[in-house]
Design a protein around this ligand. Structure first.
Ligand code: NI
Length: 178
């Protein structure tokens, strides 16, 4: 079932989420949440979604990567689910890039992120896993894990020049969403 995507201003977007408890792993409720998040993300055409964006304060995210008209060089990484994800390693090398968010499509924000990260998490069956990511996919993961801590790209703004209003900007001046 496609769920409505919670929009900027809602308290759930600025509230740190609770870890998924061991008892809840493999439950029907968790499976339904994950299925619904996949449907919601596919419908929105995005590359990542965090549970608080569908109103659920639990540490569950989806993240993937695929090329778009604006960014044909992006790698293809199938969207998958990460439960209780934790960044355990982060490169010192950082890169700025423009990011969009399904909870506020109107604004694009310049955010600096680590270029490479290692994430530990549980898969939907509760099996522990570890994954290394770099570039755009690492960015998506960092954006979604931020959501679990109640942090939005707007919280990471260092200067007003790092935010653009996509509704007001002429098409040719739009920064590319990474
Ligand atoms: Ni977002």
């Amino acid at each position: 079932m496609i769920r409505p995507i919670v929009q900027l201003g809602a308290e759930v977007l600025r509230t740190p989420c609770q870890p998924v408890a061991a008892d809840d792993l493999g439950s029907d409720e968790l499976r339904t949440l994950i299925d619904d998040m996949h449907e919601t993300l596919a419908d929105a055409g995005g590359v990542g979604l965090a549970a608080p964006q569908v109103g659920v304060g639990q540490r569950v995210i989806l993240a993937g990567s695929f090329p778009s008209g604006q960014a044909p060089e992006r790698p293809t990484v199938e969207v998958r689910c990460f439960i209780n994800p934790r960044i355990v390693e982060m490169s010192e090398e950082r890169e700025p890039a423009w990011e969009g968010c399904l909870s506020f499509l109107r604004y694009r924000v310049l955010v600096e992120r680590a270029r490479k990260i290692t994430v530990e998490f549980l898969n939907p069956d509760g099996v522990p896993a570890r994954l290394e990511a770099e570039g755009f996919f690492a960015r998506v993961l960092q954006h979604e894990i931020d959501h679990l801590d109640g942090i939005l790209t707007l919280n990471r703004v260092r200067s007003p020049e790092d935010v653009v209003d996509m509704q007001a900007l002429p098409k040719q001046d739009e920064p590319r969403a990474e």
